[in-house]
Design a protein around this ligand. Sequence first.
Ligand code: DC
Length: 223
Amino acid sequence: MSYSIAIDGPAGAGKSTVAREAARRLGCVYVDTGAMYRAMALYTLRCGIDAEDGAAVCAKCREADIEIRYENGEQVVYLNGENVNGLIRTEAVGNRTSRVAVYPDVRRKMVELQQKIARNSDVVMDGRDIGTCVLPDATVKIYLTASSAVRAKRRCEELRQKGEDCDLASIEADIIQRDRQDMTREVSPLVRAADAVLVDSSDMDIEQVTEAVIALCRQKGCL
Ligand code: DC
């Protein structure tokens, strides 16, 4: 049986960690769709384009060749032939990404790429619009969330582990701003699909969330 698992939710809810681990246990491909939008945002940043200039962003979007490859079991994003994995995780790129992701041309291009990957393999795919737009017939849909305070704390810990400085209050303010941007945009906003299972990870650790996801996959016959 072929299947697809959609995991949506706001930034910092633990989607990517859980999705990667669930894919490993299921033995299928993990697709981090945020990384694709991040690569697109990086391109506009490099081109010196104002993120609010929709016409310019969409024109540049046509020039950006974004490709996903799997190397040693990890997803690698290529932007016009360059591996940009090490460049797309900064706060500057993250904040720009939610602004660039509002444009229909940008979303259309990414959604086509994501649907193509899911046609060719069983996937665990995480993002904002996977259950609602990219894979409306996904076998399992999960909406993973957590309070903004918990998400900011997790993000700060992640940054500190990387040796970066961080200010908890400004990280939480950025998270709230990004939620607002993602939830209120006109095209495919972040919203829980009617048939998605809500998982609030505020008081759960990664293992508990992963187990909950795997249990749902088992119920649906993916394992
Ligand atoms: O998951 P992430 O933090 O890497 O995503 C970065 C931004 O990309 C996020 O603010 C919203 C956007 N995004 C989106 O609009 N649709 C997706 N499927 C994935 C990410």
